[in-house]
Design a protein around this ligand. Structure first.
Ligand SMILES: Nc1ncnc2c1ncn2[C@@H]1O[C@H](COP(=O)(O)OP(=O)(O)O)[C@@H](O)[C@H]1O
Ligand SMILES: [Mg+2]
Length: 378
């Protein structure tokens, strides 16, 4: 029987072996916990810094059972475990966040339905399961629009932008026969996000709202705090709190949002785990998103998600990102993070750098470029 709060030296099971698991494991180690990673990869970023690893498919019941037996509580950096797998894990050990939360975030239609039912606005959307339904959805939502697979999308994978009626056939050809969702295109002024932690006692701690810039559909820069009107900030914070409470989530939640040109905040997607747009918190906050994640699932008290500095986070992506690593190490003031991935494949997140500024001194775009030095163009 697992007892909370987890005592020192307890073992936290983390499903997924990537950089989010690695940084969670580092935070867990500082709090005196061990991590046991479940991953398919033989040399994963998370296992390199953890106490133990089970290398297996996420659906093999024998491995899932052995993994669950070996740990005190189970959490995730990778959410796409099958429903049966989640049920098996939760029959053996507490799973935080609960399987019901993961099921919602695994499926874009379940997610949007949940959000809309909780009174949270999204882009207009329609489920698409046939070519005829795609025509109907386009007739209803108009163009431009974005067609997405309902499951297993990340970094813009599993999406097609529809600009004109001629784009429909190719998009359908590429993405079907998987279940799809069509979303109205949001001509956003900014993309923002809020990372919020919630403990088993219902206490919450939310980091400041940040601004995200994508390149080729992959996060490139995060600016903390977001340069938005106080009313927009309050709306974003209120949405994050509403969503985490409606989910009854124990752990960490990231809420990605659009701010449209009228200042209205729409939720794009949610992730019940640490998030790339929260990496700046390692360097700019006394307790990072990873520490709050570990504290929440371990039943420890949640400290306030306070920020002692303004920050810019820049991702190092693929071979181009790795080519900048020597400069990231040499440039004074850049705080470098590397994830231990053997191969710099195109589009792969290899590491990131953070640059801190005194509170209130986050510069404008030119100042940010200057502060990133040789990395600004990468
Ligand atoms: N409906 C939309 N309107 C405008 N931009 C969008 C829309 N959907 C996605 N995007 C752009 O694509 C990016 C990735 O889409 P997202 O749904 O967050 O998928 P992923 O799971 O790949 O992060 C978003 O951050 C945004 O820049
Ligand atoms: Mg996203």
């Amino acid at each position: 029987m697992t007892r909370f709060p987890l005592p020192p030296n307890a073992t936290i099971g983390l499903v997924g072996g990537g950089q989010l698991g690695r940084m969670s494991a580092l935070a867990a180690a500082r709090l005196g916990y061990r991590c046991h990673i479940l991953t398919r990869e033989t040399d994963s970023p998370a296992a390199q810094v953890s106490h133990a690893v089970t290398i297996s498919d996420y659906s093999d019941p024998v491995s899932l059972r052995a993994f669950a037996d070996a740990v005190d509580v189970i959490s995730f950096e990778f959410e796409n475990v099958s429903a049966e797998g989640l049920d098996l894990l939760s029959s053996i050990r507490p799973v935080r966040p609960a399987p019901s939360v993961l099921r919602i975030s695994q499926d874009r239609i379940d997610e949007k339905t949940f959000l809309n039912n909780a009174g949270v606005a999204t882009a207009p959307w329609a489920a698409v399961t046939s070519r005829q339904e795609l025509d109907d959805a386009v007739a209803r939502l108009g163009l431009p629009a974005v067609l997405k697979t309902t499951r297993l999308g990340y970094d813009g994978k599993g999406q097609a932008m529809l600009r004109s009626p001629e784009d429909l056939d190719a998009a359908w050809e590429r993405l079907s026969p998987r279940p799809l969702v069509l979303e109205g295109f949001v001509d956003f002024a900014r993309e923002i996000s809020v990372v919020i932690a919630r403990g088993a006692d219902g206490s919450v701690a939310a980091f400041d709202t940040v601004e995200n810039r994508h390149r080729h559909h992959i996060l490139d820069l995060t600016l903390a705090p977001a340069r938005i009107a106080p009313s927009v900030d309050q709306a974003a914070q209120a949405i994050a709190r509403r969503v985490v409470e409606a989910l009854d989530l124990i752990g960490l939640l990231a809420v990605e949002m659009f701010v449209d040109n009228a200042g209205k905040v729409l939720v794009n997607e949610i992730a019940p785990r640490p998030h790339n747009s929260g990496h700046w918190t390692i360097d700019a906050c006394p307790a990072s998103q990873f520490e709050l994640h570990i504290r929440a699932i371990a039943g420890l008290p949640l400290p306030p998600a306070r920020r002692h500095a303004d920050a810019v986070m820049k991702n190092l992506i693929g071979p181009e990102g790795m080519a900048l690593w020597p400069a990231a190490l040499a440039e004074p003031g850049l705080i470098p993070h590397l994830y231990g991935k053997a191969e710099a494949l195109p589009g792969r997140k290899m590491g990131h750098v953070t640059r801190l500024f005194p509170r209130g001194a986050l510069p404008g775009d030119f100042g940010i470029e200057a502060a990133l030095g040789p990395l600004a163009e990468g």
